[in-house]
Design a protein around this ligand. Structure first.
Ligand SMILES: Cc1cc2nc3c(=O)[nH]c(=O)nc-3n(C[C@H](O)[C@H](O)[C@H](O)COP(=O)(O)OP(=O)(O)OC[C@H]3O[C@@H](n4cnc5c(N)ncnc54)[C@H](O)[C@@H]3O)c2cc1C
Length: 488
């Protein structure tokens, strides 16, 4: 059983099909595949990792229109991949996993879904690191008479033309949709808690020649992909070395100075923490949008929402017609952990106690036959998550092959292996900007631990996931039948 049909779920399904496995299903709560790229349809949405790299290595796409593709193209790409590789017949749409309980006697998962019960021998969760929108609990929000929506559930039926709009948040989504809506709205109040570090965006249109070349010579695109991969790997050094960070900081500050001549606004937009502590955002359009006469940057927190206005902490009130939350997602408080119960009925959220931890981002002691894709400590600040997903998919596929080969009914990571692995991650995180840069970010959980990011180059992760290391696991009880999924 695979949960989710984004890059993770699709990648896993394709790999199972390649391995000759047909007895699996993909649960998807929505009505189509695509994950992040199906849900985030806000104006201006595009990836911030080059498309040659932000795509499956086994399915290059020669037709990207620009070097950093817009959301509709990535969604089309994922739909196409799902169809081409034969995943669609395995997907159960409009089926949400509501809970998963490990059945000790049967050695399998009992799953409650929105469409009824299912059992599965192995559960692979690709539910997404950024799939549960987070909306702050603002007093009075329920009394608001205008439109309210989150950037991940954009209300396209609502016409923003000429409206007075409050945008809450200045993260990766807001810096994309604010420049897109600014020319249309009457007035835009951007509520900023912490300014992001912003770098120039190298996006450009792909030329006809490039596209023709990649269509005819796929190797050329693979070579480009490799070049981009290694260039981006080098970015990780700035998270570890302050001197390198200074160079990048200078580039960012130069862009800020050039694009924002007003010293008062510039001061508001200058981060007080070190670059890289939060996600670095590439855009050439953010600052020019904030410079427009119909835009105001508010650095006061929102104290209250009234039926037709937003009141800031300093008591100032702004009449607005629409409130858009660009406030991100539940990241370290992984929602699925609240409904997964392993050995002895223990909830995963309780086992984690606010600090998600796994072995190789995939397996958790006390939760047999459960694997995560983009689990704890697999996120990146510098490179493509698809690289991490493919590494993990390979690892899980090898785990399943090992189970089959050994006739094992259960596989469970040993607690000591998980602890040692996480100690190592902790060591690697020490001294990095994520924990010393003076910011609060979604990389760091409520216990102050980095439970989100893989803290170094990605190629060592690929090395570690190349083969399933069964020595770190307990393989139990002979299988009665080949691992299978069945609907009750
Ligand atoms: C706006 C935005 C831009 C981004 N840009 C980049 C970028 O440029 N580069 C980058 O590396 N990363 C980016 N990311 C991160 C992005 O989430 C990952 O790159 C990648 O898409 C994750 O794929 P996934 O399959 O793991 O998760 P998702 O794409 O989130 O897919 C998860 C799927 O699981 C389904 N699901 C969740 N819970 C359940 C359940 N209980 N039952 C059934 N189905 C369920 C969801 O409906 C969804 O379809 C971005 C994220 C966002 C939100």
């Amino acid at each position: 059983m695979i949960v989710g049909s984004g890059f993770s779920g699709l990648g896993m399904a394709i790999r199972l099909l390649e391995d000759g496995e047909r007895d699996f299903v993909v649960l998807e709560r929505a009505g189509e595949v695509g994950g992040t790229w199906r849900d985030n349809t806000y104006p201006g949405c595009r990836c911030d990792v080059p498309s040659h790299l932000y795509s499956f290595s086994f399915a290059p796409n020669p037709t990207w229109s620009s070097t950093f593709s817009p959301q509709p193209e990535i969604l089309d790409y994922l739909r196409d991949v799902a169809r081409r590789f034969g995943v669609m017949p395995h997907v159960r749409f409009h089926t949400e996993l509501e809970s998963a309980d490990w059945d000790e006697g049967e050695s399998r998962w009992r799953l409650e879904t929105s469409q009824g019960q299912i059992t599965a021998d192995v559960l692979v969760c690709g539910q997404g690191p950024l799939s549960e929108p987070k909306v702050p609990d603002v007093p009075g929000i329920d009394t608001f008479q205008g439109a309210v929506f989150h950037s991940a559930a954009w209300n396209h039926d609502h016409d923003l033309d000429g409206e007075r709009v409050a945008v809450v948040g200045t993260g990766a989504s807001a810096i994309q949709f604010v420049p897109a809506i600014q020319p249309r709205v009457g007035r835009l109040h951007v509520f900023q808690r912490t300014p992001p570090w912003v770098m120039p965006h190298p996006n450009r249109r792909m030329t006809r020649l490039e596209r023709a070349l990649y269509a005819r010579l796929p190797l050329a695109q693979l070579a480009m992909r490799a070049g981009i991969y290694w260039a981006r790997e080098s970015f990780v050094l700035q998270f570890r070395h302050r001197r390198l960070r200074k160079l990048a900081t200078r580039v960012a500050l130069r862009q800020l100075e050039r694009q924002v001549p007003d010293p008062h606004l510039r001061q508001k937009l200058t981060p007080s923490y070190e670059m890289g502590c939060k996600r670095i955002l590439p855009t050439d359009e953010w600052y020019p949008a904030l410079m427009q006469p119909n835009v105001e940057v508010v650095t006061e927190a929102i104290a209250e929402v009234r039926p037709h206005s937003v009141v800031a902490a300093d008591g100032t009130e702004r009449e607005v017609d629409t409130i858009i939350f660009g406030t991100g997602f539940h990241v370290t408080d992984i929602p699925i952990a609240g409904v997964v119960r392993g050995r002895n009925g223990r909830r995963l959220a309780d086992a984690w106690g606010g600090s998600p931890a796994a072995y190789k981002g995939a397996a958790v002691a006390g939760f047999p036959n459960l694997f995560f894709l983009v689990g704890p400590n697999t996120g990146l600040g510098h490179n493509s998550i698809v690289f991490m997903i493919e590494s993990q998919v390979n690892y899980v596929a090898d785990a399943l092959r090992t189970m089959r080969r050994q006739g094992a009914r259960t596989v469970e990571v040993r607690a000591e292996a998980q602890a040692a692995y996480n100690d190592e991650l902790e060591q690697m995180t020490r001294g990095t900007v994520w924990v010393s840069g003076g910011c609060a970010s979604y990389y760091i959980d409520r216990n102050g631990r980095n439970s989100t990011l893989w803290p170094t180059f990605t190629w060592p992760f690929r090395e570690r996931t190349r083969e399933f290391d069964e020595g770190a696991y307990a393989l139990g009880a002979p299988a009665l039948a080949a691992p299978a999924v069945s609907a009750a």
